[in-house]
Design a protein around this ligand. Structure first.
Ligand code: ATP
Length: 222
């Protein structure tokens, strides 16, 4: 294995980026479905830094990574990749994917995992069309996010839709794969508010993450 744990992996690799502020049940469900349904051999969890183009996360990077470690413990197919937290990282997914592609070679299928909400506004991402040359995109339904994708994204999605049931596996990149997911009405924003109100969040957060949040007094002002 290299420092990112990916070398020597024979099958497709799933990539799940997010603020993970905190990591919650929907993130874990997406990664589990990537293993079970897409049959990726590994999921790289990539916490975002604080690039200027989006709001800064509430918890610092060290806390978010610590919570990820607690939530992912025990699943050897999960790896945390901290490259977007490095000083000077652009934070753009296209740059992260290009770096992974350079490390892992041209042939290995990479699958970028994301919720509907992110896919719908993909055309706002830096160099978004280049993403399809670097990875497949797997889209997971998110309740309450029934806004249609922008016309340009809808068009790409339709043209790249993986109708042939797994045909994407024969290619390194370029397909849009819809994955059925039982709806999970949860967001980190909502959970942060509920932490501040001292609600029981055991349905949405792993117990060690709940303990960590309490121990460090995170999200009390949310
Ligand atoms: P916030 O509320 O702080 O914006 P979030 O809950 O959306 O956070 P992120 O860490 O930003 O969490 O999300 C990482 C990825 O997980 C994104 O692709 C997002 O679409 C997806 N995701 C998060 N929650 C859900 C959900 N309930 N259902 C489906 N996908 C989700």
């Amino acid at each position: 294995m290299n420092e990112h744990g990916a070398a020597g992996t024979a099958g497709p690799i799933g990539i799940l980026g997010g603020t993970f502020d905190p990591v919650h049940a929907a993130h874990l469900r997406i990664a589990q479905l990537a293993l079970d349904v897409l049959r990726v051999t590994q999921v790289l969890w990539i916490p975002t830094g604080r690039p200027g183009y989006r709001d800064a996360p509430v918890a610092g990077a060290a806390h978010r990574v610590a919570m990820l470690r607690l939530a992912l413990a025990g699943e050897p197919r999960y790896t945390i990749d901290e490259r977007e937290l490095a000083p000077g990282a652009s934070g753009y997914t296209v740059d992260t994917l290009a770096a992974l592609r350079a490390e892992l070679g041209a042939q290995l299928p990479l699958v970028l995992l994301m919720g509907d909400d992110q896919f719908a506004k993909l055309d706002g991402w830096h160099r978004w069309r280049d993403l399809f040359a670097l990875a497949h995109i797997a889209v997971f339904a998110r309740p309450g996010e029934d806004l249609p994708p922008s016309p340009a994204v809808a068009e790409e999605g339709a043209a790249r839709g993986d109708r042939a049931n797994g045909a994407w596996r024969r290619h390194a990149a370029g397909a849009v794969i819809r994955v059925e997911m039982p709806p999970l009405a949860v967001s980190a924003t909502d959970l942060r508010e509920r932490v501040a109100q001292d609600e029981d969040l055991s349905a949405w957060l792993p117990a060690p993450v709940i303990d960590y949040i309490a121990r460090h007094g995170l999200y009390q002002d949310s």
